[in-house]
Design a binder for this molecule. Structure first.
Ligand SMILES: Nc1ncnc2c1ncn2[C@@H]1O[C@H](COP(=O)(O)OP(=O)(O)OP(=O)(O)O)[C@@H](O)[C@H]1O
Ligand SMILES: [Mg+2]
Length: 282
């Protein structure tokens, strides 16, 4: 569903790559958290998928489409096949909740009849039926994010990517939004979410991919935990004892292991001796 093969991205003017030889494979209907410190490359990876940025090296295949072969004029059409959710909602301020969702469907070429049928259903899914006629400014942050999610999933995308969707929300609302993303995932959408929220990641027990300096340093297929400062190793939890193993076993067999970090010359850890000044011999 989402395939990155040895992807490297160096922004013009930067010395270090924002993504450094990243390979990953996300299967249909997976729910994946992408974590890493600020500057680790999470948003860049998302932008590779939306084709907002192009890689300098490597291949990206999304939903069977090789992004190298999408013509510039077809990019908006390609993006409409994805659901994309941002931290800052990006709603149309002069349109109501209903209109924000309807407009997205209109752009996608849905007929007025279909739109009238679809919007109430989607608003119900995200719990906003009663807010349909309100404008974004009249909503709480969590409700605005729900509108944004409604707009993204109304076209029933196969993939939903959300870059820090809970970044501007309080703790309780963050959990609600993630629960909503899980519900969308349960309906059959592959979901990739970046977050800095350790509690949410640790409570959900999903696959967790960790980026560090543009490289994947851990890929925990199930029951992932939020750990940013670990050694650069690939963590793959294949233990049959892992909770969720039985449920995910079918899916897991098809997941290819993430590549090991580039071989570095093996170095023995050097332990520095504390400097002790020599005693003067009298
Ligand atoms: N448009 C750009 N031009 C130049 N460098 C960029 C650009 N966008 C990102 N970078 C650099 O690429 C690296 C990765 O940035 P990215 O935004 O992907 O990080 P991130 O993991 O999303 O961080 P955060 O958690 O703060 O959102 C950083 O070193 C950043 O400075
Ligand atoms: Mg980011």
């Amino acid at each position: 569903m989402i395939l990155l093969d040895h992807v490297t991205k160096i922004y013009p003017g930067d010395k270090k790559p924002a993504l450094d030889d990243v390979s990953l494979h996300i299967e249909p209907n997976e729910f994946v958290f992408l974590v890493g410190k600020s500057g680790a490359g999470k948003s860049t990876l998302m932008k590779m998928i939306t084709k907002e940025e192009d890689p300098d090296m490597g291949k990206i295949i999304i939903g069977g489409i090789d992004l190298d072969y999408i013509k510039r004029r077809h990019i908006p059409h390609y993006r409409r096949r994805l659901g994309v959710v941002f931290q800052d909602f990006k709603l149309l301020p002069r349109r109501t909740v209903y209109e924000n969702v309807a407009f997205a469907l209109e752009i996608a070429g849905m007929s007025t009849r279909e739109i009238k049928h679809t919007v109430p259903k989607v608003l119900e899914l995200v719990g906003l039926t009663e807010q349909a006629n309100k404008f974004p400014a009249q909503l709480s942050g969590g409700q605005q994010q729900r509108v944004s999610i409604a707009r993204s999933v109304a076209r029933q995308p196969k993939i939903l990517i959300a870059d820090e969707p809970t970044g501007n929300l309080d703790k309780l609302t963050r959990t609600e939004i993630i629960t909503l993303l899980q519900k969308i995932n349960d309906f059959g959408t592959t979901v990739l979410v970046t977050t800095h929220d350790e509690t949410i990641v640790n409570n959900l027990g999903k696959r967790v991919i960790t980026l560090k300096n543009g490289r994947i340093v851990a890929d925990q297929k199930t029951h992932g935990i939020y750990r940013l400062d670990g050694e650069p190793e690939v963590l793959i939890d294949d233990s049959p004892k892992a909770p969720g193993f039985a449920l995910k076993s079918e899916q897991r067999t098809t997941i290819t292991s993430a590549p090991k970090p580039k071989a570095k010359p093996t170095q023995k850890p050097t332990i520095k001796k504390p400097h002790t000044p020599r005693k003067k011999v009298a």
